[in-house]
Design a protein around this ligand. Sequence first.
Ligand SMILES: C[S@@+](CC[C@H](N)C(=O)[O-])C[C@H]1O[C@@H](n2cnc3c(N)ncnc32)[C@H](O)[C@@H]1O
Ligand SMILES: [Zn+2]
Length: 283
Amino acid sequence: MSGRPPWEARALALLACPLCGAPLAELPGGAGLRCPEGHAFDRARQGHVTLLPPGHRPPSGDSAAMVADRVAFLSAGHYAGITAALADAVGDRGTLLDLGGGTGHHLAGVLDGLPDAVGVVLDSSPYAARRAARAHPRAVAVVADSWARLPVRDGVIGAVLVVFAPRNGPEIARVLRPDGRLVVVTPAPDHLAELVGPLDLLHVDPDKAARLAASLEPDLEPVGTRTRGRRLTLSRAAAATLVGMGPHARHTTPAAIAAGLARMPERIPVTVSVDVSTYRRRG
Ligand SMILES: C[S@@+](CC[C@H](N)C(=O)[O-])C[C@H]1O[C@@H](n2cnc3c(N)ncnc32)[C@H](O)[C@@H]1O
Ligand SMILES: [Zn+2]
C-alpha cells in the first residue's frame, strides 16, 4: 500500500476479498485491490472500489437524482442532529463501517470528532460511492451489497453504522470486534409527519421497531435505544430535496409532490424523529 496516506492504507486494510475472504493489497499505482489468490478489483477514477463477486448484481441502490438530492439536503445541515446523535452513540472507536452509507455524509461527521479513526462507506449505488469516495480523507468508499458476504475482514470494526438502510445481522456480527457496537438509526413513527400525510409519502410501519430487533437479535444483543427529535423549518425547495432523496421518491410522482408542496406554506415546520439503537455481539 505504498504511496498512499497512512490513514487510507489503514482503511483499506479493513477490506477483504468478496470471493475468498482473504485480505486485499493495493495494485501498483492504486489501480485496484488484489487478494493472494489473484482475485482483482478495479478502483474507479473517482476513487471507489467495486468489491462484488463477478456476476453478482446487487439491488441497484439510489439513482443519480436521489444522490444529488441527498447531497443538497445533507450539506445544508438539516440532519446535523442525526450525525451528532450517531457520534454520541458511537463514542470513541478506531474503525468504522457505514453500511448503506450513501454519500458518506454521516460517517464523515463522526470521523471529524475521532481524529485517530478510519472508516469504510459501503453502498450498492455507484452514484453514492462516487460522492462517498471524497467524503473524508480518512474514509474509503466501496460498492457492495449489504445482503451478501460483506467485503470486510472478521472482527476488525469498532462500530458499524446503519442509517435508514438495510442491515444484515450475521454479517455485521462477523465483522465487529468483540467489543464493537452496531448503531442503527431508524425513523420513529412521527418522523416527517407534516410531509407524510399531505404528500402521500410512505408511512413508517408501526411494527418496524419490533421487526428490526427480531431480525438482529439472533446475532446481536440490544444495549439501548434513544429517540432523538428536532423541529426543522424547511423551505418548499428543501422539502422537495428531502422527498427526492428518500425511498418515498419511488412511490409517488414528481408532479404529485410538486402539486402537494405548492399547497403548503413557503416555510414548512417538519419533525425529525429517529430511534438510535445500539447493539453488541452476542456471546
Ligand atoms: C435512505 S438511503 C440512506 C443513505 C445514508 N445512510 C444516509 O443516511 O445518508 C439508503 C441507502 O442504502 C443503499 N442501499 C440500498 N440497498 C442496499 C444494499 N443491498 N446494499 C448496500 N446498500 C444499499 C442505497 O443506495 C442508499 O444509499
Ligand atoms: Zn480472493
